[in-house]
Design a protein around this ligand. Structure first.
Ligand code: MEV
Length: 323
């Protein structure tokens, strides 16, 4: 049992109703209801792979770099909570420790959700999925506030009010089969999401934002019931506009001139075919088109960003191996 390990894969996420404002830096419970999708590459090549393994000392590596176990959002808080029970289940005593090695593959943004969900899947699989999923999601939110999006995959809504938070699945990935997400990436450093969370709450219309997110969640439930995928992405675009306008007002600009330029092109292309766009907290514009229009869209966008990837909606985490 000395080398016991479990390896999982989980998928990064994109906000549909974007998250701005969390309870505090430790628990990271969202202050309002949000929604999102998990995504991967059209060849399933975008994901986080995480190995949880028994070790002499506790270590945590992300993309090969050892991270401080006491840092904000460190996975060790979650591992420590379950350590005794995990070691017991694999017939080892508390002299042993647990470590993680987590690697991100081709992720544009949203890797903290997939990282937290991949670790969650390691733990859940050891417990044979016999774990209190309600409190477990809150445990994982200490690593990433929007982890629920990756935990369930597909389209999800997270109902939250700063004290309680629970994610519910709305649509499976297959519902999005006729659509492609074009990830247009810009080579600039992303702003830490804490900068977003700390500042957006200072906006004079923040209370309105909470109500508007709730209204949008109700609308999203209805659109999902009717499998109205275009409607879902149109709602996402209107939310992106509202969110980034508010962020701009409080001095946090995520959308720079080059991103704005690409967005102008997206708007121009709307005259020729249906599309929609989303900007979350990272330096990307996600452009959604019907599959039949992808080539036309790529032609228009290729030269306006630094890297471009074809993406699709992904499912929930998977166990890759258990030894
Ligand atoms: C917050 O957890 C992540 C953001 O990118 C917004 C979102 O995707 O909802 C800042």
């Amino acid at each position: 049992m000395e080398n016991y390990n479990v390896k999982t894969r989980a998928f990064p996420t994109i906000g549909i109703i974007l998250l701005g404002g969390i309870s505090d830096k430790k628990n990271r419970i969202p202050l309002h209801t949000t929604a999102g999708i998990a995504y991967t590459g059209i060849n399933n090549d975008v994901y986080t792979e995480t190995k949880l393994y028994v070790s002499k000392d506790e270590k945590c590596y992300i993309d090969g770099k050892e991270i401080d176990l006491n840092s904000d959002r460190s996975p060790s808080k979650v591992i420590d909570k379950f350590k005794h029970d995990i070691l017991m289940r694999v017939n080892l005593d508390d002299e042993n420790n647990l470590s993680i090695d987590s690697r991100n593959f081709n992720i544009l943004s949203g890797s903290s959700d997939s990282g937290a969900a991949a670790l969650g899947e390691c733990i859940e699989s050891i417990f044979e999925y016999n774990i209190n999923i309600f409190t477990f999601e809150n445990d994982l939110q200490r690593i990433s506030e929007s982890v629920g999006r990756s935990l369930y995959g597909g389209l999800t809504v997270n109902y939250a009010n700063g004290r309680e938070s629970l994610t519910e699945p709305l649509l499976e990935p297959e519902a999005f089969n006729n659509f492609t997400i074009i990830g247009a990436h810009f080579n600039i450093d992303r702003k830490p999401s804490n900068e977003i969370h700390e500042n957006i709450i200072k906006h004079e219309n923040y209370r309105e934002r909470i109500k508007s997110a709730e209204r949008k969640a109700k609308k999203l439930e209805e659109l999902s019931r009717n499998a109205n995928i275009k409607g879902i992405f149109e709602l996402a675009e209107s939310d992106t506009i509202e969110y980034h306008k508010m962020l701009h007002d409080v001095g946090v600009d995520i959308i720079n001139d080059r991103m704005e330029n690409l967005i102008e092109k997206v708007k121009e292309m709307k005259n020729n075919f249906w599309n929609s766009y989303i900007v979350t907290g990272g330096p990307n514009v996600f452009v959604i088109t019907e599959k039949k229009d992808v080539d036309k869209a790529m032609e228009g966008l290729n030269d306006l960003c630094d890297d471009i990837r074809l993406l699709k909606v992904a499912g929930k985490p998977q166990v890759i191996s258990k030894n």
